[in-house]
Design a protein around this ligand. Structure first.
Ligand SMILES: [Zn+2]
Length: 176
């Protein structure tokens, strides 16, 4: 009787260890990010939601929120940063609402240029794409990595085929 219970416990432990290792191997790498508390709680939640869009298969790095140890900072840009980055891009037709600074691994958001959480969602999704070294897309298909926020993507936020193609080009894609 006692042996049967011990055996059952041993089996349960073995299953737990297997499950843990399977879950752990699901993603190749993790990348920590820290959201500035200067964002409102609902803006922070929007950014967390945006980051999840890149959870695509086991080869894409997994973003984990952590402010004790992090690779990527998510901040509200200052006026000086806004001016600096606006001059880096051709702003004749569009203005810079968000940018990913690869040198400092920082996603900057210029909140006076972002009109809603819906817009913040797509900008955050886009900038986290840059943190995966994905470039801007300039074709006409809807995509998160399209350089300008598009209405289709605002209405339906998910990875589009051109985004997945970029992941695959960087060898961080895998069929779901
Ligand atoms: Zn971009």
């Amino acid at each position: 009787m006692k042996l049967a219970i011990l055996l059952r416990i041993a089996v349960m432990i073995a299953l737990a260890v297997m499950l843990f290792s399977v879950l752990h191997k699901r993603h190749n790498t993790t990348r920590n990010y820290c959201i500035s508390t200067a964002f409102t709680p609902s803006q922070q939640d929007t950014i967390r939601q945006a980051v999840k869009v890149w959870d695509y298969g086991s080869r894409t790095p997994r973003f984990v929120e952590s402010c004790s140890q992090y690779a990527i900072q998510v901040k509200i840009g200052t006026d000086a940063e806004k001016e600096y980055w606006s001059h880096q891009f051709d702003t004749s037709e569009s203005y810079t609402a968000a940018v990913f600074d690869p040198e400092h691994n920082t996603a900057l958001f210029f909140m006076d240029r972002i009109r809603s959480n819906r817009e913040l969602l797509i900008y955050a999704g886009h900038e986290f794409g840059h943190s995966l070294s994905l470039p801007d897309l300039d074709d006409t298909q809807p995509a998160i990595m399209y350089a300008v926020a598009r209405q289709e993507v605002l209405n339906d936020f998910h990875l589009y085929q051109p985004d997945i193609a970029l992941l695959c080009r960087n060898q961080i894609c895998q069929a779901q």
